[in-house]
Ligand binder design. Structure first.
Ligand code: F6P
Length: 348
């Protein structure tokens, strides 16, 4: 006897069922739905491309000193507007803004803090390659009614939800509320995100790495050694051939790794050493690290679990290694072995 196909599960139903199972509060569920709705709007703007008049530079710079694209600015505005009035949030912080913002006094304030990178990988917009929105949700500390930057400085382990939306050939939302990592595909006709991959598991082993090789000469010695061994392939110490991919859009690179495994790295290099790394801890590294860990992968700075890095600044940067567990462990081993071999400072 053939069984009828299981009915498709929307994001709304998935979250409602999670709420009934005690995995998510009603407020957090609604907050995630609002973020998802904003992502749909961004997806429409990204999809229109040149027809929407949204390509090209905005003529402004962000707090990081980077030139903003028109779509960076637009995506930031969409997320700010969508999240201002729902009553679930106490404050917001965006990679595109100097400081966090409390929810305006005219609206009720809730118990959560939202951080986002409105359009990650935006150098890819003008060439029609995948970009994405990354977000992270924290609890507002007890007793804080008007959150400031310091209230957002919580380690990645404190995240109650994290996710990204990738605007690619299809638009997909990948989400964790601390009970696995799940992927939803936007049904453009219906306007709903539909569950298309439940409980993603990243393969533990991989033969694929992602890194910007043009930075090779600026890397630290352990990273030089690690990648040299990957490139040596089957004849080298790793004993297998590796393939390389680099989209230069973190969302797209991480999405590939969640789909078929791999290691993504943006290590420390001489160009970004003074800043602590290239990628942002609060807007990029922490949410991606939670998604990857919830899918059975690992995420590290090369020397420390990413989710345990104590944040000291909203726009702090960190080195990032994440993806297939065994490969991340291998990259960490190269760093730790290097550090252990360094002469210890003499204590007088
Ligand atoms: O932080 C922004 C970002 O565009 C990431 O999405 C991406 O992984 C990285 O920078 C690309 O860096 P690069 O320009 O060195 O390739």
């Amino acid at each position: 006897m053939s069984h009828p196909a299981a009915p498709p599960v929307s994001l709304t139903r998935h979250l409602l069922e999670a709420q009934r199972a005690g995995q998510v509060s009603a407020d957090l569920r609604l907050l995630i739905e609002v973020v998802a709705r904003a992502c749909k709007q961004i997806s429409i703007a990204v999809g229109k491309g040149a027809l929407g008049g949204v390509l090209g530079d905005a003529g402004t710079g962000n707090v990081q000193g980077e030139a903003q694209k028109k779509l960076d600015v637009l995506s930031n505005e969409i997320l700010l507007e969508a999240n201002a009035w729902g009553g679930h949030l106490a404050g917001l912080a965006s990679e595109e803004m100097d400081h966090s913002q409390p929810i305006p006094d005219v609206y009720p304030r809730g118990n959560y803090l939202l951080l986002f990178d409105p359009l990650d990988g935006s150098s890819n917009i003008d060439v029609n390659v995948s970009v994405g929105t990354i977000f992270s949700v924290l609890r507002c500390p007890d007793g804080v009614t008007e959150p400031r930057d310091e209230h957002f400085l919580q380690p990645g382990t404190a995240q109650v939800a994290a996710g990204y939306c990738v605007y690619g050939p299809s638009t997909m939302l990948v989400l964790t509320i601390g009970h696995g990592t799940h992927a939803f595909t936007l049904d453009r006709e219906v306007g709903s995100f539909m569950l298309t991959r439940r409980d993603i598991r990243i393969p533990e082993e991989t033969r694929e790495f992602a890194v910007n090789m043009s930075n090779q000469r600026f890397w630290e010695p352990p990273m030089q050694r690690y990648v040299a061994d990957l490139l040596a392939g089957a004849e080298g110490p790793r004993g297998k051939d590796f393939n390389m991919r680099w989209v230069a859009s973190m969302v797209a690179d991480v999405h590939r790794i969640l789909t078929r495994g791999g290691i993504f790295s943006y290590p420390l290099d001489a160009k970004c050493a003074a800043k602590g790394g290239r990628l942002r801890l609060m807007y990029e590294a922490n949410p991606m690290a939670l998604l990857v860990e919830q899918a059975g992968g690992a995420a590290s700075t090369g020397r420390q679990r990413l989710l345990e890095v104590p944040p000291t600044q909203l726009h702090q940067r960190v080195p990032v290694f994440l993806g297939s567990r065994r490969e991340v462990e291998a990259a960490v081993r190269y760093h730790l072995e290097h550090d252990a071999a360094q002469p210890q400072p003499q204590v007088a």
